[in-house]
Design a binder for this molecule. Structure first.
Ligand code: SAH
Ligand code: TMP
Ligand code: ZN
Length: 404
């Protein structure tokens, strides 16, 4: 029996995806030799939910240094759409929450995609992956390349004073020791300060059977219900909860010290919606598990029935779950096209499909492409309009398996 990382109650098992490699553990050609492959690391990817505190979570986690290091493959700024989104996030924080001469801390600032908008004032990025931290520094940003912990929070406050805003996008759900993070946030935040973070929303994952959001880096899958409970245990209020149309559906949670700021009506509205949908009920997750199994079956069938060669589009972290869970490999996909220089020339973790440059995709366009980067569909459909007009077709699997 496994127990909740946060409240220690017995967990309700949801789905087991089998042995899974590190989602961003793309292999170099040298690592493809049989001896080196034997060392490729797998862990059991299993999702569970806590009937007591409603937090959806991974049962086993990979140690953080194995995922977030100087070889981290994900550079945020590869998506123009996300750059725009973070420009708006930053503008919104400035307009709604910040005093004059604010001090802004961003957890997991990656290559600076959002922090750059605060670069003219007092700011600090906390980014343990050395290569992306270095990219942010090249933009003139101040970055500490350690993991955010309660101790680091105290150190930052001692050296630079309290924060007016602590921000995080797609990072808070990555951190297993969430209680320590919330404790650190409470200590670092000034009296009127806000903690605004956004992560994939379990409500959207369930609604769209987006099981590929489940991978090693995503330790938690937030509902407002679970976040309100966690915040309350740390003396914090959730003062806003806004749905965001990015990465397949996220919620931006804004927190403040208890009683420090009024609570927006959106919070009560989303809480009521979650209660109606049963997001704290184990049976809701049993329904999801059945939908995941059906989605896998439909995708494998669609891939095997594809007439002619198929390539992948976007070597996303999410694709690691799909490829390994569905048992797809180089016989099913000739290669996966990606724009990220650090992924090109490597091989997908576990499934060992070559990652090739987007230039190759353009030079010899295939007829069929499996869209792994479905969360960027709008941007990609616009970019590939000519290819589709010439007969190119995308196979998708979120929200359901089909061609478009
Ligand atoms: N905010 C960016 C990057 C998300 S990827 C975006 O939304 O695009 C997650 C980032 O969090 C990685 O760059 C990783 O190195 C960083 N990270 C992981 N654990 C962390 C921790 N404990 N403290 C701060 N950053 C962390
Ligand atoms: P993400 O889903 O984690 O944001 O990763 C998206 C991946 O897809 C990343 O490796 C970059 C790649 N990608 C492309 O190859 N072409 C594109 O047009 C976009 C938007 C992303
Ligand atoms: Zn719990």
């Amino acid at each position: 029996m496994s127990h909740c990382r946060l409240c220690e109650s017995a967990l309700h098992p949801v789905v087991g995806f089998g042995p899974m490699p590190i989602a961003n553990g793309f292999l170099t050609p040298e690592q493809l030799t049989p001896e080196r492959l034997a060392a490729e690391r797998f862990f059991p990817l299993e999702l569970a939910m806590c009937p007591a505190c409603a937090m959806v979570q991974l049962v086993d986690v990979v140690d953080e240094a194995a995922m977030f290091n100087a070889d981290y493959a994900f550079f945020s700024s590869t998506s123009v759409g996300m750059a725009r989104h973070f420009g708006r996030f930053a503008a919104d924080v400035k307009a709604r929450w910040l005093p004059d001469d604010p001090f802004v801390v961003e957890l997991g600032c990656n290559d600076g995609i959002m922090l750059r908008h605060f670069g003219a004032g007092r700011h600090l990025g906390v980014e343990p992956s050395g290569n992306v931290a270095e990219a942010a520094r090249r933009l003139g940003l101040d970055v500490d390349d350690r993991f955010f912990t309660a101790e680091l929070a105290d150190e930052i406050r001692g050296a630079r004073g309290p924060a007016d805003a602590i921000l995080g996008a797609n990072v808070v759900c990555h951190i297993p020791y969430l209680d320590a993070v919330f404790d650190g946030v409470r200590r670092l935040l000034g009296p009127k300060g806000v903690f605004a973070f956004e992560d994939p929303y379990i409500g959207d994952i369930l609604a769209r059977t987006a099981y590929d959001q489940i991978y090693d880096e995503h330790v938690y899958y937030f509902s407002l219900t679970a976040v309100v409970g966690l915040a309350a245990r740390h003396g914090l209020d959730v003062i806003d909860a806004e749905r965001q149309p990015v990465h397949g559906g996220e919620v931006r949670f804004t927190l403040a010290h208890r009683g420090a700021r009024p609570i927006h009506p959106r919070v009560g509205a989303l809480a009521a919606e979650e209660a109606t949908r049963g997001l704290g009920e184990p049976s809701t997750y049993d329904t999801f598990a059945a939908a995941v199994a059906a989605s896998k079956e439909a995708l494998v069938e669609a891939v095997r029935e594809t007439d002619g060669p198929l390539v992948g589009y976007g070597a996303t972290s999410k694709s690691t779950t799909v490829l390994n869970y569905c048992g797809l490999g180089p016989d099913d996909l000739a290669y996966i096209s990606d724009v990220t220089p650090t992924k090109i020339g490597r091989y997908t973790p576990g499934s060992h499909i070559p990652v090739r440059s987007y230039a190759e995709f353009c030079a010899d366009p295939p007829r069929h492409a499996l869209l792994f980067a479905w969360n960027h569909a709008e941007e990609i459909m616009a970019k590939e309009a000519a290819w589709r007009a010439a007969g190119g077709r995308f196979l998708t699997y979120v929200p359901r398996v089909g061609w478009r």
